[in-house]
Design a protein around this ligand. Sequence first.
Ligand SMILES: [Zn+2]
Length: 455
Amino acid sequence: MQLKESIYFHSPIFIQNILTTIYGRVLYQERYGAAYHARFEELKRKERQLIDPEQEQLSRLNQFLLFCQTYSPYYKELFETNRIELPLAQLSELKQIPLLDKETLRTRNAEVHATIDAPILGKTGGTTGKSIQVHYTKEDMQIRMAHLDYFKWTHGIEQGMRRASFTGQHLASEHQRSPVYWRTNKAINQMLFSIKNISPRTIPAYIEQLNRFNPVSMDGLPSGMIEVARYAKKHGIVCTFRPKAIFPTAEMMTRDERSLVEEVFHAPIFDQYASSEGAPIVAECPYGKKHLHYEMGIIEVETDGQILVTSFDTHGTPLVRYRVGDRMTLSHETCRCGHGGPIIASIDGRGRSYIQLKNGHRIFEGELAGIVRAFPNCIERVQYIQENTEEVVLLYVPDDRCFKIEHEKQLYFVLKRLFDGQMDVLLKSVPEIPKEISGKTLLIKQLIPENERAN
Ligand SMILES: [Zn+2]
């Protein structure tokens, strides 16, 4: 990866575009194979059929549990100890299986893994600051992509249509002089816009490029979209592009931010919950209701609002009743769109705190949570604390069995880069992260009073 990065950053921009497309083709083949097409067609076909979602969930659940029992040493033992008889006769019997918490998934990671080939690495952790590596099969990933594409398809977006994506990746090298902060992935007709370079100085160039590209859909990190939209509105810059739909990922938007982006970019926003990898997808339909894609799994809500996910397409690291760390409220409404299965009233887990840099840039939860993912299983938990504009304190709980001194150095280096060299970073190893009065453990403690933060 590092070699690939160094070749990329030492190449001229037109070569970087070619490399982006080549990488795009590799991903394309991995993501859009037979399993993708089969599921995508199935979802479209089902729009015209009368189905019983619970019956379908039960049969998929039984298949999945049987797989877990056969291929995962952890579940084999768990089912034996708790005398779980398969197949289950009804969905409510799922409750007989003890839940899986993060601590267990982290410490017994190898036993939970199924003994099959699952080459794709992902992470789970939600927004609680813990990060645990999970494995997927190629088919798992394809099914996930099919559901995401189906969600977009219900809003009139098909693959191959011009797509603008706001990404947290570095696309431009530090030494690049020309103001070109986007790259093209021709494999799927996508233009990637790096949010790393968004600033008042560069935003006009971003808008010009979006106008030229004229995307049919937009997706990616909403913090970038919000910054561009806010600037355009403040300075009266007109966005002439006319997307059909906008699909933000990973972070939550406030109602005001959502309407700002919709107004400035002239398109409706449709939200999805797919950020905690491993969780089944919840996505908004044209009527604005959040539907669980019940073909992907089951979401149970505990009395305190925490969710337990059972995810049928996690064959590498099977997740059964996994407490992912997010919260939801279920709804008893039905919806005119005709999608079967549960409706979610609200998704409450994803916070919107951030670290504020001196130049006014904000680093949001999604990116900060991503950092520890580079250190799977050797850091138990982290917390970022910002008390002033000079310094960020990172508390981390190392797993003494595998944490090495060079991990701390790497962590320091990655954080310096994330904060653009603008912040001092102080790392503190602690036995545990202190809890808030509410009982929650926060990923980010932003202690600068709101009215003193730069805008
Ligand atoms: Zn609906």
